[in-house]
Design a protein around this ligand. Structure first.
Ligand SMILES: Nc1ncnc2c1ncn2[C@@H]1O[C@H](COP(=O)(O)OP(=O)(O)OP(=O)(O)O)[C@@H](O)[C@H]1O
Ligand SMILES: O=C(O)C1=C[C@@H](O)[C@@H](O)[C@H](O)C1
Length: 283
């Protein structure tokens, strides 16, 4: 009983740590998962990361087997990622989505379960193992469904989904920032700005929404706003992604290539990609 799947990473339009409402968009970089069911224990590994914390993906396998299985209890999950962990690019949501779909694939149930329900199992797993503040259904839904989603993470409700087509530039500094360690109390102080970002996003003004989000959350979480100022006004939108440390900019390819020359003088890595519209899939 084997299964495999992949799910895209994502960037942020609105960080949900201020109000519980967030927005994210899928990008064309992937986390893949392969699952072999059997035995009585669930184990996990991450290719190239022998010390990685695998509790999230193991919990995903357990929850899928409990919910949709026929008595299966054990198995092994291995993930492989094109993006760094704890970089703000939603690798946890993508790993959870890929693992949930791969486990459903192994059970022969991948087509019988809605993508929203599959994403919600990953959200539950993330809450169970404590790697999220709000549950991050914004990140999980963008990765599972593709495109851009706006969600209420307190009620786990999808408020809107859209398909903007952008080129995307990402800069990931040489550091990690785990979402669960973010200062949620400081984020709550900027709630009026987050409410404004949400209104803009629900009105389809994604670029301005994400740029205001960027300045607000750089302030709240202690990241530099210099990369945002450098990016404006040539791009459609630019923000800190998630709880950092990555920054994402969206817009026209030529403007992003110019910005890449400036961002890549900083320590870390940059890459150009695009929005992704199809979401997670079995392989
Ligand atoms: N590729 C992966 N494979 C397995 N587990 C992963 C993977 N990526 C993330 N995780 C799990 O998610 C945990 C928390 O990740 P974290 O939320 O900090 O990262 P992120 O999703 O990259 O960041 P953000 O939510 O800011 O985008 C990790 O400690 C790990 O347990
Ligand atoms: O852990 C969380 O709840 C979150 C983490 C970040 O990715 C945020 O961007 C997201 O909106 C919520």
């Amino acid at each position: 009983m084997d299964g495999s799947a992949e799910a895209p990473a994502a960037g942020t339009v609105l960080n949900a740590l201020a109000t519980g409402r967030g927005a994210a968009f899928a990008i064309d970089r992937y986390v893949s998962a392969t699952v072999e069911l059997g035995g009585s224990d669930v184990t996990g590994s991450v290719v190239g990361e022998p010390d990685a914390d695998t509790r999230l993906v193991e919990r995903c396998v357990e929850l899928v087997c409990e919910t949709y299985g026929d008595g299966e209890r054990g198995g092994h999950v291995e993930t492989e990622s094109e993006i760094s962990m704890a970089a703000g690019l939603k690798s946890s949501s993508a790993a959870a989505n890929a693992t949930v779909l791969a486990t459903l694939d192994a059970l022969g149930e991948a087509e019988a379960v809605s993508r929203e329900d599959a994403a919600l199992l990953g959200v539950q797993a993330a809450r169970d193992v404590g790697v999220t503040v709000t549950g991050a259904y914004d990140d999980a839904s963008a990765s599972m469904l593709g495109g851009l989603t706006v969600t209420d993470n307190e009620r786990d409700v999808l408020l809107a989904r859209d398909d903007p087509t952008w080129d995307v530039l990402v800069w990931t500094p040489d550091e990690q920032a785990f979402s669960a360690d973010a200062d949620a109390a400081r984020c709550a102080r900027i709630a009026p700005l987050a409410e404004h970002v949400e209104e803009l996003a629900l009105a389809g003004r994604y670029g301005l929404a994400m740029t205001i989000n960027g300045f607000a959350f750089c302030g709240a979480l202690g990241f530099s706003s210099d990369p945002l100022v450098e990016a404006m006004p040539a791009v459609d939108g630019v923000s800190l992604s998630g709880t950092g440390p990555s920054y994402v900019a969206v817009g026209e390819r030529a403007a992003l290539e110019n910005l890449q020359e400036s961002w890549e003088t900083r320590p870390g890595t940059t890459f150009l990609t695009t929005t992704q519209h199809d979401g997670a899939r079995t392989r």
